[in-house]
Design a protein around this ligand. Structure first.
Ligand SMILES: [Zn+2]
Length: 416
């Protein structure tokens, strides 16, 4: 086993680059408006390509516009070790969401170039197209195509509010590449990102070692009882649908608490019929949102939900209909990559904590086709998707340094 040199990223160069590119689509309030496949997106893509080529990287583009900048390694038969995130933003986006993951990766490439360090495997930096999904829904569209979740045709047909298709927008800015999406080899992917939540700042930790993305399940429940006069119907003869729903709201809260601290359970929408002060409610519709990082725990929570519905409604002589209407499976990131991130944070001396992402990211789809993980750094107040989004130069530098260390450690382990 060879030991690694002590490569250090350049914090000032990274910060200057973040601030320089923030001018492309920069807003008066200090944010960025750089919608996918817009003229601003073309400008930042051209800039990105030129910067990577100046480092001797080959830049290729796939059919849905994903960009890959490749720095050759010593053994170019190995699948590339990748870093990446997205350069598109929300209409009132901040300077760091997605951008830090790409420009942090660029800083890693610049550091390797400046020191002449050549890794064992090729190292690639990826700009995923349309992560935000604000111009073309859904979000994470092009990483989804790469991972086989969507077909390329599905992506090309997405339309913005003006009726322009994704395919036409790609052509208009000249970023419809020749390579099949998903045809690109990908040995591993590390995505550096701001947390978009308040935990790291609250606990004064610099690095979030991200172990996965939580699973989500949505349900709809309709409870049926009988409308009846509130004055003339004695308590023991009522079929009060709202009472059934109320007991379930309390029960769902309890189910989440039984799986603390990682479970959450919410009834967020409720419709009561006929919603009249002197009528016992005959029908209630409500939604249920259950989330947990572990699918098996979600299965248990789902079973509890169904058992409780049966009990509560039986006792109150109510009928009900329940169905799961949507689920997004939990993602577990690759242990060998997580270990490299932890190693990188330890080597750099940063306080860290393990965490699960509450938000979706390109990495969640890429994890289906390649070993993947993420690195989080704090953002002030947990505020994101907002022009006021704020991460300090020190936090950006810490993330990029840990990204560098993690990539080099993974590369070293390939050789070992
Ligand atoms: Zn993002």
């Amino acid at each position: 086993m060879t030991s690694l040199p002590n490569l250090k990223i350049d914090p000032q160069r990274l910060w200057d680059t973040l601030m320089e590119t923030a001018k492309i689509g920069g807003t008066p309030k200090g944010g960025i408006k750089r919608l996918t496949l817009s003229e601003e997106d073309r400008r930042v893509r051209d800039w990105f390509k030129a910067q990577c080529e100046a480092l001797g990287c080959d830049v290729t583009v796939d059919e849905v516009g994903n960009m890959f900048a490749r720095r050759a390694g010593r053994n170019n038969d190995l699948a590339p070790i990748c870093m990446g995130s997205h350069l598109d933003t929300q209409p009132t986006g901040g300077k760091f969401d997605g951008v830090l993951g790409v420009l942090g990766g660029l800083e890693v490439l610049r550091t390797m170039h400046a020191t002449g360090y050549v890794a064992n495997a090729p190292i690639e930096l990826i700009n995923w197209t349309n992560e935000e999904g604000s111009r073309f829904a859904p979000a994470m569209l092009a990483s989804g195509v790469f991972a086989g979740v969507f077909t390329p045709e599905y992506a090309f047909d997405r339309k913005d509010r003006d009726g322009t298709s994704y395919g036409d927008a790609l052509d208009a800015i000249g970023y419809r590449g020749a390579e099949k999406a998903g045809g690109h080899r990908l040995g591993a992917m590390f995505e550096l990102h701001i947390e978009q939540g308040p935990i790291l700042e609250d606990e004064r930790k610099m690095i979030g070692v991200v172990t996965g993305v939580q699973g989500m399940r949505w349900y709809e429940v309709t409870v049926s009882g009988q409308d009846a006069h509130t004055g003339a119907t004695p308590m023991y003869l009522r079929k009060n649908a709202l009472l059934g729903a109320a007991r379930m709201i309390d029960a769902i809260d309890a189910i989440a608490l039984e799986h603390a601290p990682n479970a959450v359970g919410t009834v967020g929408l409720i419709e009561n019929k006929p919603n009249s002060r002197n009528v016992i409610p005959g029908e209630v519709f409500f939604t249920v949102d259950l989330r947990h990082p572990d699918e098996q725990v979600l299965d248990v929570m789902e079973n509890k939900l169904r058992a409780k519905l049966k009990d509560v409604m039986g006792l109150l002589k109510l009928a009900y209909d329940e169905k799961q209407i949507w689920r997004s499976p939990a993602v577990e990131f690759a242990p060998e990559l997580i270990a490299c991130v932890r190693h990188g944070a330890e080597k750099s001396g940063y306080a860290m904590r393990e965490m699960v992402s509450g938000a979706g990211h390109d990495a969640a789809y890429i994890a289906r086709v390649a070993p993947t993980t993420m690195i989080f750094v704090p953002c002030a107040g947990g505020v994101s998707h907002n022009e006021a989004e704020s991460t300090t130069p020190e936090e950006c530098a810490a993330g990029a340094q840990v990204l560098l260390e993690a990539v080099l450690e993974y590369d070293r382990r390939l050789e070992a």
